[in-house]
Design a protein. Structure first.
Lengths: 198, 269
């Protein structure tokens, strides 16, 4: 492709995928400023390597793969630093939050969700966010993470269960669900490789 | 799934409902759970519906993140500052190139002092033989494999269609003997020079053919058909291979065979 065609393709990716990637990055790392950096690094790498993408139809998956790698690197670097407790929605408030009057309550509620995501092991968080936030099917997620479908399903179920346990005081409709820890696996820390079965 | 004859335990049912709810509505596993749910009474149906509603609520709440103002503009400005890498300079290809260079260096150290090039072939032809052989043997990370090919097709026209605009030379189908069938092809580098690797099978063996430009490797003029055994000579008895080098009107080629004891009339080139 000529340079102007490459640029046009790249601009299409920014238009179509930047917001989605930012949401995914923000929910993964829990910090808006870090998410912004991850997305910028992702698009920088995508532009630098744009000639190596042979199937334009796979651009979204390719961008998600780059983002996942950048996130894994950030997690690795972050484990060497003191824990940063500033959450995504705390940052939202710091920069002014949303415009409507219910922002305070909404942010408080969202803060709980992000806090719950922040302590969720990446083995569970990644497949959960790919399905619930990115809209991928479980089969696509299994291929993306190179996991069996059954493993993806059980990890999503565990992610959901743990999130609801964390959010239980706020959650009325799902109260009829039995929420318990008896089947939970012991957390063994971030596992960005996601290579093994659950 | 549980058999219909034994009622599922609440924990097991919750787990299966939780897993099924993540699947798309048309997925057979989810449909099976739905069919099971309707047989288990109103309470279980309500739990299923609560689960679906709670999932939708989670989706909504997860999506409530707005990109920061100006992010789009900053992303759109990236091409102003940097240029895309040339296709052969991407990190993956660079790593493959470095690995090939290391293997080549080892091969040269082992091969050059011990093997005299075939008559008339010259030192540079030996270099092509070592490069292609080290790249093609199973010990090499760059070994051509069907699943690693950019184009997986037995149709040469598709190879040309997909790769011709990125290749710095005209891609030409190598003239092979017998019933060799194309498996796929990919652009690659050998010692930083662009080559086309095509993978072929004759039913018994799979072998790569490298199309290269003789001038890139300091070889002047067309190459007469020459057979070299670089790995065997380099002291790697388990990597015995033969490299057949030749030129025709369309290009310069190197074919690497893993086994070196075939009679000449049975060679594919």
């Amino acid at each position: 492709m000529r340079d102007d065609q490459l640029r046009s393709t790249y601009e299409g990716w920014v238009r179509d995928y930047a917001a989605d990637l930012f949401r995914a990055a923000a929910r993964l790392c829990g910090q808006r400023d870090v998410a912004e950096e991850l997305v910028q690094e992702t698009f920088y790498e995508a532009w630098r390597s744009v000639r190596s993408l042979h199937d334009i139809a796979r651009a979204r998956m390719w961008l998600l793969t780059i983002l996942r790698r950048r996130y894994a690197r950030w997690v690795r670097d972050e484990t060497r630093k003191p824990r940063n407790n500033r959450s995504l929605e705390t940052d939202c408030k710091r920069i002014g939050g949303t415009a409507d009057g219910s922002a305070g309550e909404l942010l408080d509620q969202l803060d709980e969700l992000q806090a719950a995501l922040n302590v969720l092991d990446d083995r569970y968080k990644l497949p959960f966010l790919l399905v619930f936030l990115e809209g991928m099917t479980c089969e696509q997620t299994a291929r993306f993470l190179d996991l069996p479908l059954g493993t993806v399903l059980s990890r999503i179920h565990r992610a959901r269960t743990r999130l609801r346990m964390s959010l239980a005081p706020h959650e009325q409709p799902a109260a009829t669900l039995k929420l318990h820890r008896s089947n939970d696996e012991p957390s063994d820390g971030p596992n960005i490789g996601l290579g093994g079965a659950s | 799934m549980n058999s219909a004859s034994t009622p599922p335990s609440p924990d097991d049912l919750d787990r299966r409902m939780g897993e099924a709810a993540a699947l798309s509505p048309e997925h057979p596993l989810r449909q099976a759970v739905v069919r099971e749910v309707v047989t288990l009474g109103a309470d279980v149906e309500r739990r299923w519906l609560d689960l679906l509603r709670a999932d939708e609520q989670l989706r909504l709440e997860l999506a409530r993140v707005n990109p920061p103002p100006g992010l789009h503009d900053r992303l759109l400005a990236i091409p102003d500052d940097v240029r895309p890498r040339a296709w052969w300079r991407s990190p993956g290809r660079l790593a493959i190139g470095i690995a090939a260079m290391v293997l080549f260096s080892i091969g040269v150290v082992l091969f050059v002092p011990e093997v005299a090039p075939a008559p008339g072939a010259g030192k540079n032809l030996g270099r092509v033989a070592v490069l292609t052989a080290t790249s093609a043997t199973s010990a090499s990370p760059t070994q051509p494999r069907p699943q690693a090919m950019e184009v997986n097709s037995s149709d040469w026209a598709k190879v040309v269609e997909a790769l011709d605009d990125r290749a710095p030379f005209r891609l030409a189908r190598p003239a092979l003997r017998g019933d060799a069938r194309l498996l796929g092809a990919s652009l690659a580098t050998l010692d930083d020079h662009p080559v086309l690797v095509s993978l072929w099978t004759d039913g018994n063996r799979t072998f790569p053919v490298y199309q290269y430009r003789a001038g890139d490797f300091g070889i002047s003029g067309p190459v007469e058909r020459t057979i070299m055994c670089p790995m065997e000579a380099a002291g790697h008895p388990r990597m015995r291979c033969r490299v057949i080098l030749w030129s025709d009107a369309n290009g310069d080629y190197a074919l690497v065979l893993d086994v070196g004891d075939l009679p000449d009339d049975q060679l594919p080139a």
